[in-house]
Design a protein around this ligand. Structure first.
Ligand code: SF4
Length: 367
């Protein structure tokens, strides 16, 4: 089956109606109105769901009836995302208050044992987890923030006690493990890792990409849709990993030799892996220069020098990336460089803009 040429690299025009099918509605809002906040109307029109361990939302579900309220999650992410709150232990019927538990045995298949009664809760938590991850609200989430170190919710480095009585820190909570195996492409983080600015920005990027992927391929999958999706993400992929971009490009070019299911699964696994690699200033500068090259025919020398100066200011740390991108996008819009205009890189979600613009003040939340 013939595929659409990639993002007009040979001067071809993109089918914008196809692009419009997978650029989320808030991108248009942000682009048209140039706003950096999401209104109530936006949230209602396009809620983005993420799952969160219930105690992080301030729910009193811990073993002692307490919570682990995380203000970054509720006050910042809560402005943009709709939460699916889950406490596996309470929902599986362990009650509040309850005895504490730990993982024991093999890190690959640990058992969850009560610390006072020696009760084995493994089957109960596993049965609940297997059922919960299949429910409708969980199927709509685009990411999950887990509570660190929990034998149910910890996503990595959870203590697994050995016969010697000593723990090794290579385990994963039983609910987290079930969810991550069921949805291997789902972006996941824990509340401690989100204290690192680059990790939280990367998490948001992956959550939004996961959602775009879902929207784009909601209906029937086609090679054409995939090529358009890939085209719109060119700059974003290059800002994360040129190597992955090239592998994906080759995969698309060879797509006729793969089955629909084969290309879809391979593409998205590699796509999400690419976005896990963090962007750097150097990679962003390279992408911004590439965008400038795409516009050069339509710019006079003064405009070109202005953009070069802007990129240089960004490189020196004088201007944030979000502002640089916004200013460059104005030129792209004015010149109607269509294959660049609809790049997801040039159309950040308002939460990405807000997080970058207020990165310094957000640090206060983690002290
Ligand atoms: S860590 Fe998970 S299981 Fe424990 S209280 Fe929080 S939500 Fe419930």
């Amino acid at each position: 089956m013939p595929i659409v040429p990639i993002h007009g690299s040979r001067g071809d025009k993109l089918d914008l109606s196809l692009i419009a099918g997978y650029i989320p509605v808030e991108v248009y809002h942000a682009q048209i109105e140039d706003k950096a906040v999401v209104t109530e109307k936006d949230k209602i029109e396009s809620p983005i769901s993420i799952g969160v361990s219930a105690c992080l939302l301030g729910h009193k579900v811990r073993y002692d009836g307490g919570h682990k309220h995380d203000r970054y999650i509720t006050d910042i992410l809560g402005e943009f995302f709709r939460f699916v709150s889950i406490c596996p232990e309470v929902e599986a019927g362990l009650g509040i208050p309850r005895e504490t538990s730990d993982l024991h045995g093999s890190p690959e298949a640990p058992r969850m044992i009560g610390n006072e009664s020696d009760t084995d809760f493994t089957a109960k938590i596993k049965r609940y987890s297997g059922k919960r991850v299949r429910e409708d609200d969980v199927q709509t989430i685009n990411g999950f923030v887990f509570k660190r170190n929990s034998p149910s919710c910890g996503m990595e480095r959870v203590k697994v006690f050995q016969e010697s009585g000593r723990p090794i820190r290579t385990g994963r909570g039983i609910f987290a493990d079930t969810l991550m195996k069921k949805y291997p492409l789902l972006p996941v983080e824990d509340e401690k890792r989100l204290r690192d600015r680059r990790i939280r920005e990367n998490f948001i990027t992956r959550v939004l990409a996961h959602r775009r992927m879902r929207i784009a391929f909601k209906g029937r999958f086609s090679y054409r849709k995939l090529a358009m999706f890939h085209a719109a993400h060119k700059c974003m992929l290059l800002a994360h990993s040129r190597k992955h971009y090239e592998l994906l490009e080759n995969m698309i070019a060879d797509s006729q030799h793969l089955t629909v299911a084969g290309i879809r699964d391979k593409y998205f696994a590699l796509f999400m892996e690419a976005l896990k690699i963090k962007t750097t200033m150097a990679k962003n500068v390279s992408v911004l220069r590439q965008i400038l090259t795409s516009m050069e025919g339509g710019l006079d020398s003064e405009e070109r020098d202005g953009i070069l100066l802007l990129i240089e200011n960004y490189r020196r740390g004088g201007v944030p990336l979000s502002l640089t991108v916004r200013l460059i996008r104005n030129y792209v819009t004015k010149l109607k460089v269509e294959h660049i205009l609809y790049q997801t890189y040039l159309n950040p979600h308002p939460i990405e803009v807000v997080l970058e613009d207020s990165a310094e003040s957000l640090e206060g939340l983690f002290r």
